[in-house]
Design a protein around this ligand. Structure first.
Ligand code: ADE
Ligand code: ZN
Length: 349
């Protein structure tokens, strides 16, 4: 066990920014900044519904998940060519590297693009090339997770899987996102069973707005390895015990939860309780261009709002490596880097 040194509250933000971390819950379409949306629209000869970057940003006032998704899908409509997907992923990875993200597992929504006539190869090849390039040029490792849109049918998810299979060496797993309530995990039981047979990693959004029952069925029916969000788990003591015992990771996104009104205020966020209950919770940005911050903003703001300490910081970063789908050798290496970052921080105190 690593003994976490005490660090004063005023130095905590610097520590949070400095420590190496993995990001496991980032929708690449949610990293499209308004400036890039406008630049891509111009490059592709498209006209947007908003007259300016400022007008678009001003529309980012959400009341719940659906109010965000409507504007998020509209933003993604500027992505047409492989180069557009590359540029979007490159911009995210460069930004993440500045936050000392050493590893990212990146969601993408192929159905948002194939529905507009963009071939799935265009999407996957552009994103994958950006991930490959980032290893050498940014020193960050990155892999892709294909998400099925849960407001669409399971047949449509199967059709997407079929299209994606020739590209299977370019993504490591599948997830489930979009409108949660009314679309329980069991709607996708068969397609997840098939993905499991194919050896893909499995994750699903559950317990963001939806009830603890959706977390149970993501685990028991879909057999996912991680739960995305999962903040509603605290409403169910038996579920908390299960998540703790099996060390099922939760990829928590504090600023997203605040902006989508899952909690009335960041100070009401339950991340600290999740950690103190022994759960393998992690901090992530979800859709940073829409929710007002990248991963380090999530760390610093939720720590300031809830009074978490250096011990929580160490646990969250360590959890992010434990919860990743990287090799055991990479995980050991990053855990070692994390301890060194703490040691260096104390020495220079
Ligand atoms: N797609 C992008 N962000 C999402 C979120 N927070 N929940 C569900 N689907 C999403
Ligand atoms: Zn998400």
């Amino acid at each position: 066990m690593f003994k976490v040194p005490p660090i004063s509250a005023d130095r905590l933000p610097t520590l949070l920014r400095a420590i190496p971390k993995a990001e496991l819950h980032i929708h690449i379409e949610g990293s499209l900044e308004p400036e890039l949306i406008f630049a891509l629209a111009q490059r592709n000869g498209l006209t947007l519904q908003y007259p300016s970057v400022e007008a678009l940003r001003a529309a980012y006032a959400f009341t719940n998940l659906q109010s965000f998704l409507d504007i998020y899908y509209a933003g993604a409509s500027v992505l047409l060519h492989e180069r557009d997907f590359y540029d979007m992923a490159r911009a995210y990875l460069a930004r993440a590297a500045l936050d000392n993200v050493v590893h990212a597992e990146i969601f993408f929504d192929p159905q948002t693009h194939t529905a507009r006539g963009v071939p799935i190869e265009t999407v996957v090849n552009g994103l994958h090339r950006a991930c490959e390039d980032a290893r050498g040029t940014l020193g960050i490792s990155a892999s892709l997770i294909l998400c099925f849109l849960r407001h669409l049918s399971e047949e449509e998810a199967f059709a997407t899987l079929e299209q994606a299979l020739p590209l299977q060496d370019k993504f490591i797993g599948v997830g489930l996102d979009s409108s949660e309530v009314g679309h329980p995990p069991e709607k996708f039981a068969r397609v997840f069973a098939r993905c499991r047979e194919l050896g893909l990693h499995l994750v699903a959004h559950a317990g963001e707005e939806g009830p603890p029952a959706y977390i149970w069925s993501a685990l028991d029916v879909l057999k996912v390895e991680r739960i995305d969000h999962g903040v509603q788990a605290l409403k169910d003591e038996a579920l908390v015990r299960r998540l703790a015992q099996e060390r099922i990771p939760l990829t928590v996104c504090p600023l997203s939860n605040q902006k989508l009104c899952v909690f009335p205020d960041l100070k009401d966020h339950n991340l600290r309780q999740l950690l103190d209950a022994g759960l393998c919770a992690t901090v992530n940005s979800d859709d940073p261009a829409y929710f007002g911050g990248y991963i380090n903003d999530n760390f610093t703001q939720v720590f300031a709002a809830t009074g978490m300490t250096a011990r929580h910081a160490y646990q969250l970063a360590s959890n992010s490596f434990e919860a990743s789908f990287a090799s055991e050798a990479d995980k050991r290496h990053w855990q070692h880097q994390l301890k060194e970052a703490f040691d260096r921080f104390v020495e220079h105190d």
